[in-house]
Structure formats: C-alpha cells, structure tokens
Design a protein around this ligand. Structure first.
Ligand SMILES: [Zn+2]
Length: 315
C-alpha cells in the first residue's frame, strides 16, 4: 500500500468527494461515498433526502483521460463467481438478488450506457459489446477475505474448470453481505479490479461486495431502489464502474488521467440529469433488458474533450 491519495473534484453546482486508492500490487479501488448527508448537496436519495434524485454531477469537461499505451478489451466477457451465503432471509442475499446481477451482466453489453466506452480513440478499439459467460460458486468458510484469498478463489474457479480460462474475461467475485474483504471493503472502497497471471494467462478480475453491508457508504439509494434490493442495486453501479475500468484499463497501463483516476473514478457517485422515478419511488437512469438501474455516469470522449455521461446521449 505505497500510494494512497484522494482526488477532490469540485463540480459546477455540487461538491463531490471520491476516494481513489491505488495499492502497490496494482489493485484499483472504487472509493466510498464520502459526502455529507446534510446540507445543500443531494447525496443519499433514501432516508436522508427522500424524493430527491441522486447526485447529478457537473456537465463541464473533465481533465483528460490519457492513453498510456497498454491494451484495452474490445469486447470482454463477464463471469460471475458467487461467494458466501446467497440463501439468506435478509431480502438481499437471495436468489432474486443474484438474478438482478445476472440480468445486468446479460444486458450491459451494447447498451447506450456501456457504449460510452466505444468513444475512446482509436475508433473501434473498444466495441461496446460485452458477453455474459456464465457463473460459478466458490466455496469457503472465511467471512473476511484477504486480497490474496480473493485471487485464490478466482484462480481455483478457473483451474478447477468451473469457469473457462479466458484472457478476454472479467471475473467478478461477488460476496454476500455477511462477508467482507480485509483490505477495506466498506471502509476504503466498494469494489476494485486488477489482473494477475493465472495458469499462464493474464486474467482480469474484480471484487465487489454486496453493498447491503454498508448502504451509507456504497449505495446511492439506501431505502428504496429500482429492483427493490438496495444492496444489490448499489453493487450494480459499482460493478459497472469496475467493468468499465477493466475494459479501458485491464492491465492498469492504458486509460487513466494524470492523477491515476480511471474512467469510472472520474464520474464516481454522479448519476446525471436523465434520472427518472420507477413505481416504488426510487430513481433510475438506465434501462437494461427488463430492469431499471441507477448506475453512475461514465466518461465519454467527444470532439477532443471528456464528459461524464449517463449514456451516449445524456449527461
Ligand atoms: Zn474505480
């Protein structure tokens, strides 16, 4: 953990704070919500400010994302690795919650949201397509996973043949809310992505915990959410963030800015001006398949500048 820094972004009408933490082994973290729950900023739609949309964020161009020359993923494949107890009665860690994640994985590719990544030059380097390659369950008794334990779980899932070994894959280890990650889930980050050599291949993987464990830190809507599961709905925004970063910076040597921020980091915890309410009163901004989601914005390249966008047509 040699390099820890925080980036403060002052937006036109809002103040967003997001933490970016880059660790020595190259793990790139997606920071926590750190804004105040009170005052004039519109953090936290749920109990803190019911009826208000999630933080919109500014519309001005951001500092540039820079291509450092490393590879990007043209059309990655998502794999899901479940860990923990997904048969709980807490309304979140259950088969219905897992289905929300599957539906996200199956429908994020080619969406107007994910196609933001296809704006990065040179044209065609990132296609906007994403495949869903399937799921597996990793078993273990630990409820406090170290970074190395997470790597081992991913590695064992591949070497045992539960999931194919695919250097074009992004493997998401998703934990139930009774499980944490000892390097700082809920205290330092909501998720992270990295890569490692596993069985001779460069494997990209990500850890994302169920945001139910710390709704105030890792979910924009803590009481109601588009799919009636604030923990999983919060995790979906984090998973999208990590997917977009793993696609544009899979080996941590491609797209990031002069401060080390990847695309998702530069738009973290901002949800744009295209939010709408769904039947239960929660806010959403992206429709994928048959579901609505509230997903943070991502960075789009347009005419030489970079903007946080909800999708390719809305900021
Ligand atoms: Zn990030």
């Amino acid at each position: 953990m040699k390099k820890i820094f925080f980036l403060l972004v002052a937006l036109a009408m809002f103040i967003s704070q997001l933490g970016i933490v880059v660790f020595a082994q190259g793990r790139v973290d997606h920071g926590l919500i750190t804004g105040s729950k009170s005052g004039s900023t519109d953090w936290f739609v749920g109990s803190a400010k019911r009826g208000a949309a999630a933080t919109t964020g500014g519309t001005a161009a951001t500092t540039a994302l820079v291509n450092h020359g490393g590879p990007v993923m043209n059309a990655p494949t998502i794999y899901i690795i479940w860990y923990g107890n997904w048969n709980q009665t807490n309304g979140s860690d259950n088969p219905a919650g897992q289905q929300i994640i599957r539906d996200w994985a199956a429908n994020i590719g080619g969406s107007t949201h994910f196609n933001i990544n296809a704006s990065y030059p040179p044209n065609g380097s990132i296609s906007g397509a994403v495949a869903y390659g399937g799921e597996a369950t990793a078993t273990g008794t630990s409820k406090r996973l170290s970074d190395s334990a997470i790597k081992t779980l991913v590695s064992n899932t591949i070497t045992s043949g539960k999931l194919p070994k695919n250097a074009n894959g992004i493997y998401f280890l998703v934990t139930s809310s009774d499980v944490t990650a000892s390097s700082g889930f809920c205290t330092q980050y909501c998720g992270w992505h990295t890569h490692a050599t596993i069985s001779g291949s460069d494997i990209k993987y990500s850890f994302v915990g169920n945001a139910k464990r710390c709704l105030s830190g890792c979910a924009a809507q803590a009481t109601v959410s588009p799919n009636g599961n604030p923990g999983i709905d919060g995790s979906i925004s984090v998973m999208t963030h990590e997917l977009e970063e793993a696609t544009s910076d899979p080996d941590l040597n491609a797209w990031y800015d002069s401060s080390g921020a990847e695309n998702g980091d530069k738009c973290a915890w901002t949800f744009g001006h295209f939010q709408y309410t769904v039947a239960n009163g929660s806010f959403a901004n992206v429709h994928l398949g048959s579901r609505d989601f509230l997903i943070q914005r991502n960075l789009m390249y347009s005419n030489g500048s970079w903007f946080c966008m909800t999708d390719t047509g809305h900021n």
